[in-house]
Design a protein around this ligand. Structure first.
Ligand code: FES
Length: 308
């Protein structure tokens, strides 16, 4: 992980701060494109994923934003209560599971703290001269974060404050898009589940792309013990019924990254060379996928062979 230093903290709303992170010696940071996130580890050892919401052309610093979560005793609580300019954090290079695909037009939908990746996308699409618009859902008008950045992007952005404007009709929002529109959305779980159930409302050629902060609700098979053969390290690992595959691999000395441990960040991805994985993550769209996220996923077949 890269040691970075907090160079600026800005209160964006009563419950959101943005944090700028820079290299201690001013050296440029690894590049990223809109939709990317970083794993941030605090001095408390809490590790969380945050979308990058700054400008990719600004190689001197990353910008993230953090919502104060009243129940948090971890990352959110620490950042809001104790993080200061000059504090040190540790960051993995950006990964992107939410990149913009080519489309004839774009609808960006942000709810609450979901503004973070969407802001970077809006800035990029505006710079590219793309056909785009954005809807930003908040509870009250003073919950709007990055107001100056959004103003600078012009009148393609509509803010919807539910306390004043009522509940937004998401089905209508989706069905009113032009054919071929790519919808990119990020926000709390209820909003994401509601939006991802609206595929049938899409005009032809449209698509919905979502970024989750919380794992997708799933019904899993009962856990069973299985065996993993690691083809590169030539280690065979038994995964007990009550232990995750990631933990079992690490217990046996297999070097596998991991960050969220909830199947949403993608950092623990492994390629399956043989066997049938049981995907329990929130990233896999195709049940036949040969990428497994061992922090949560297991095996249907008694044995898996993975590239590790
Ligand atoms: S550690 Fe995040 S997906 Fe596995």
């Amino acid at each position: 992980m890269m040691p970075l230093v907090v160079s600026e903290i800005v209160r964006e709303t009563p419950s959101i701060v943005s944090v700028r992170l820079e290299s201690p010696d001013g050296s440029p940071l690894p590049p990223w494109v809109p939709g990317a996130h970083v794993d941030v580890q605090l001095i408390t050892r809490h590790e969380r994923q945050y979308s990058l919401c700054g400008d990719p052309a600004d190689v001197a610093g990353y910008r993230i934003a953090v919502l104060r979560e009243p129940a948090s005793r971890g990352g959110s609580h620490y950042i809001h209560s104790f993080l200061r300019v000059g504090s040190r954090v540790w960051v993995r290079p950006p990964r992107n599971l939410f990149a913009l695909d080519d489309a004839s037009s774009y609808l960006l939908v942000a709810a609450g703290i979901g503004i973070t990746p969407i802001l970077a996308m809006a800035r990029h699409l505006a710079a590219e001269g793309a056909d785009w618009r954005m809807v930003y859902l908040v509870r009250r008008p003073d919950d709007v974060a990055f107001a100056a950045d959004l103003d600078a992007l012009g009148d393609r952005i509509t803010t919807h404050a539910s306390a004043e404007d009522g509940r937004l009709d998401l089905a209508r929002l989706v069905s009113d898009t032009a054919p071929g529109t790519a919808i990119y959305a990020c926000g709390p779980q209820g909003f994401i589940e509601a939006l991802s159930a609206l595929d049938d409302e899409l005009p032809s050629g449209g698509s919905i792309h979502i970024e989750r902060f919380e794992p997708k609700p799933r019904k899993n098979r009962p856990n069973e013990e299985f065996t993993v053969i690691c083809s590169r390290s030539r280690i065979t690992v038994t995964v007990p019924e009550k232990r995750s595959m990631l933990d079992a691999l690490r217990d046996s000395g297999v070097d596998v990254q991991g960050s969220c441990l909830r199947g949403i960040c993608g950092s623990c991805a492994l390629s399956v060379l043989d066997g049938q994985p049981e995907h329990r993550d929130s990233l896999t769209a195709d049940e036949e996928s040969s990428t497994i996220y061992p922090c949560v996923s297991r095996s249907i077949s008694p044995q898996l062979v993975v590239d590790a």
